[in-house]
Design a protein around this ligand. Structure first.
Ligand SMILES: O=P(O)(O)OC[C@H]1O[C@H](OP(=O)(O)OP(=O)(O)O)[C@H](O)[C@@H]1O
Ligand SMILES: O=c1cc[nH]c(=O)[nH]1
Length: 196
């Protein structure tokens, strides 16, 4: 007799994952973002021409937090924007029409600006390639640099981040789970593994 209420029956649609360890605590994320903010200011010799763009989802709170830290350092506002690149991923069908993204979607005019794209994890690089496509549909920035909280390797494209929270060598069975308060209700970075 089958028992549909058993845990095994209930979990068949979810990938089985095993937590292997906590890579960063909330306070380690905070300290890392302070360091990255200082590195951005140093590299750009201030923040006057900066624009920070978070890639949905977790790049958005990262951009807002770093903007706040830079504003504290430089005592002037830093513009932030949002990029939702889901329609630009090259792993989606190319048969459909390419959507037109309105300039207002990012939140500010990127022309001539020094842009720092922000995301939580850099893996194959395909999200960032798609983000660059989307970004240049909005205008021509003076420069574009990339910040990620975690670089886990396994790149499939020639894309590198200039500002990196932590490099974490991983196997292809492992997954980095970044959790941020604004999205997940808690802050932390976990290393998990897909169970066989
Ligand atoms: O370098 P890549 O191989 O492209 O992988 C990195 C991307 O994967 C994750 O996003 P995901 O697609 O899981 O969406 P989410 O941010 O909404 O969780 C992560 O937030 C990065 O954006
Ligand atoms: O390990 C990974 C790979 C891609 N995106 C993530 O969030 N984690």
């Amino acid at each position: 007799m089958s028992d549909n209420t058993s845990p095994a029956a209930a979990d068949t649609t979810k990938p089985r994952i095993r937590e292997k360890g906590r890579l960063m605590s909330a306070s380690e994320i905070d300290r890392t973002l302070v360091r990255l903010a200082h590195q951005i200011v140093e590299k750009h010799e201030g923040s006057g021409n900066l624009g920070l763009i978070g890639i949905k989802r977790r790049g958005v709170p990262l951009a807002k937090r770093i903007a706040k830290i830079i504003e504290g350092i430089e005592k002037q506002p830093v513009e932030t924007g949002v990029l939702d690149i889901s329609f630009y991923r090259d792993d989606l069908s190319t048969a459909g029409p390419k959507p037109t993204v309105q300039a207002g979607d990012i939140g500010f005019d990127i022309a001539g600006r020094d842009i720092v794209l922000m995301d939580d994890v850099l893996y194959t690089g395909r999200t960032i390639r798609a983000a660059l496509d989307a970004l240049f549909d909005h205008g021509r920035p003076r420069s574009v640099r990339l910040l990620v909280l975690i670089d886990r390797g396994h790149r499939e494209l020639p894309i590198e981040a200039q500002f990196v929270g932590r490099v974490v060598p991983t196997s292809s069975k492992e997954i980095i789970e970044v959790k941020l308060n604004e999205v997940d209700g808690t802050d932390g970075v976990l290393l998990v593994e897909l169970a066989d």
